[in-house]
Design a protein around this ligand. Sequence first.
Ligand code: EPZ
Length: 426
Amino acid sequence: MIQYVIDGGRPLIGTVLTGGSKNALLPILAATILYGGPCEIHRAPHLSDVENLLETLRYLGAKTHFCGDVITVDTTSLNRYDLPAEYTGRCRASISFLAPLLLRFGRCSVAYPGGCAIGARPINYHLEALRALGNFRITENGCGVEVQGTFTGGSYSMPYPSVGATECALMAACFSPMPCRIEGGALEPEVEDLAGFLNACGGRISFVKGIWQSEPAPFYLHDQTLRYTVIPDRIEAGTFALAIAATRGEGRILGCNPAQMQGVIRLLRATGAEVVSGQDVLLVRGRNRRLRGCDLVMAYPYPAFPTDLQAPACAFLSTCYGKSAVLDTVFPMRYAHVSELGKMGARIALAKAPGGEPYISILGGQLRGGRGESTDLRAGAALLIAGLCGKGRSVVTDRGFVARGYEAICEKFRGLGGRIWENRIY
Ligand code: EPZ
């Protein structure tokens, strides 16, 4: 258990550097199996989710090494195709092993994935994608899924642009003996990054007129080291942008890609914060400004406002005068932070739209120090932002959620002048 202790009420001022994207790196780690040789992945953040997937790769027989921000993975000697719950239960992204294991062994057995409790997280689209792109016998036994068969190629029209299922479909498609088409897939930059990695492995994936396509490419084990650099973490960068504005500070976020952050940039500007974007830098100014709330912030698949910034945005909007409303269409039950933010002075509540769907209603004001508990990764980030804003001391308890997705978050906030420390309490 971690306890974050925060003395809030000071503007965050200065410069912070963005790390590599967790959600791009995790499927890429699973996809190293499709290279079947030594891979060097650069700009890798030190996160517990990353450690979990490295441990999983070692269990499967791969060799891994993590030094600085470079991960080396060699999957040449992979020798297992089963993943028990002991490995998959810790991290949702472990479902990314499904297609790579199938390609290497023609079969796999993967226990259902765990991960943050942010609502239902089924894998039906992943399995539909496999059925559409291969000739597989799929058995679900209540604890996980067993799959056996071969990839044949084909097309899959996704009922919803699920990030994980699109990634599964791309991995299934890239070494298929026949062309593949995936319509209605996710467009998140992390998906595009995975496609870039798969092409570096020898795949022939392209994105034409809104459709992911792949041409047949041979799969073989490689000797030469493949070097790949993951994209910057747009969610980490967005979290810092919201924190800077929420504390009415002024800061530069370096090493990010503002072109992939339009949803959060639009929100910040709508409240009256100044945002200037360069090629790999974002300047955020909330200093001496009276920021106003936003009528309706809707989390949708990319390029709209991201669900992963919904909770941090709630913390920010709780500091902006007037009313705001926030609706998450991606994970419609991702609202556990609402009551916790309330303990830090936020005037925030769950409400019901005329159609019956829940949304978050916020009336901005002054936050104050309080005690909260993080219930998932992004809810944890939201509470840290609230703690940095509220005058007085805040204590946020966290069962390791924040470290799943934010590297050195206290150091980074302290670099901006935040007074925040973490204690391991047991
Ligand atoms: C990825 O999760 C991210 N995780 C999540 O980030 C992120 O919130 C999410 O995409 C949406 O952007 C990783 O990349 C490791 P989805 P994923 O499949 O792939 C439904 C974070 O905080 N669905 O796009 O699991 C599902 O229930 C994490 O960093 C099905 O119904 O998300 C949800 O409502 C949390 N059937 C919606 O689709 C399926 O088979 C979006 O899920 C798959 C999904």
